[in-house]
Design a binder for this molecule. Sequence first.
Ligand SMILES: CCCCCCCCCCC/C=C/C(=O)SCCNC(=O)CCNC(=O)[C@H](O)C(C)(C)COP(=O)(O)OP(=O)(O)OC[C@H]1O[C@@H](n2cnc3c(N)ncnc32)[C@H](O)[C@@H]1OP(=O)(O)O
Length: 371
Amino acid sequence: MVPALQLHMSKTAMRASQKDFESALSQVKRLKDPGNEVKLKLYALYKQATEGPCNTPKPGVFDLINKAKWDAWNALGSLPKETARQNYVDLVSGLSSSSDSSSQVKPEADRKQPGYETLVVTSEDSITKIMMNRPAKKNAITIQMYNEIMLALKAASKDDSAITVLTGNGDYYSSGNDLSNFTDIPPEGIEEKAKSSAILLRDFVDCFIDFPKPLIAVVNGPAVGISVTILGLFDTVYASSRATFHTPFSHLGQSPEGCSSYTFPKIMGPAKAAEMLIFGKKLTAAEACAQGLVTEVFPDSTFQKEVWTRLKAYSKLPPNAMRISKQVIRNREKEKLRAINAEESRALQERWLSDECTNAVMNFLTRKAKL
Ligand SMILES: CCCCCCCCCCC/C=C/C(=O)SCCNC(=O)CCNC(=O)[C@H](O)C(C)(C)COP(=O)(O)OP(=O)(O)OC[C@H]1O[C@@H](n2cnc3c(N)ncnc32)[C@H](O)[C@@H]1OP(=O)(O)O
């Protein structure tokens, strides 16, 4: 190579390296904590690149941090400043690309836990999210979905997440019990179906009563029936301004479940609870919040962003402390809630066999009536 050209190239490389070094210095401030070992390496390379070989007295044995730093710098010996600068740039660039790829959001399909057909269950940032996933049917809850929600809650109670969220996919949170659950009558007859359904309902609600970690409902849209009543068993309920809360049990010839006959009067007082549970008054999100059923309402346009930012912050709190706090708040009511759940399930078992209920369900299924 022509010597003049060689000189020009090495000067350019040095200038570029200085520029890279400066940008690496600012980049390093934005990195996630890379751990002490890497921090020591960065420190040593920085000192070598800016001051040359270690030139300060060795700190005393009890000055642990400064001694570790000194050792790291001293270990670089007579490494030239330019090489140290380049090594610093290379190290930061490696750290940035690995932290970029770890912070990249994987598509939900990749994070999805297998084994669920009616739900999408994901665990990330110490949050297990159970999302009802029948948007075309307004997330109506089939027998399969009841069973899958129970499985997902049991798994979430044992996984390493700090909090668990139930939400819905699409424009509804959930339209409640899938009324076609009434059509699948076994050869043993409707009484048997009512009996097994009452057991299913009791077990389903027990899973919420017994859930040991903070349980949060992210109510993304209208909620009907059992998806509303079990909210009284959640620790926090966040609602979109588009959400509504509707328990039209009398219209359906049915009676309340999900322990709402106890939790609703306790939360909102007997008069307001009666309006909802006996007369089927539909509440807006703001009304539900004013009555204490909902913790906070967020504008629909920013709902997901605001709620998940909040939940990610909460999920970083010490998980054991949160779990114990929940136990202290909830445990003394558990036996009572189980007894109420059993009683409500028994009442419904009878209701499901009534003409009032049969007619209401038939009206919906033959497209004669909606809520
Ligand atoms: C022998 C006994 C066995 C019983 C087994 C029971 C097990 C435990 C039961 C626990 C008790 C629970 C009680 C409740 O939850 S009561 C509440 C029940 N829910 C309803 O009554 C809601 C009915 N749905 C509606 O009124 C409307 O669909 C709704 C107002 C929710 C939305 O109306 P919109 O016009 O916006 O949308 P569509 O009606 O066109 O809905 C789109 C499609 O989704 C279907 N759909 C919606 N909700 C349900 C539902 N709850 N059950 C079944 N199907 C539902 C709807 O039919 C549309 O389907 P198609 O596109 O195929 O027409």
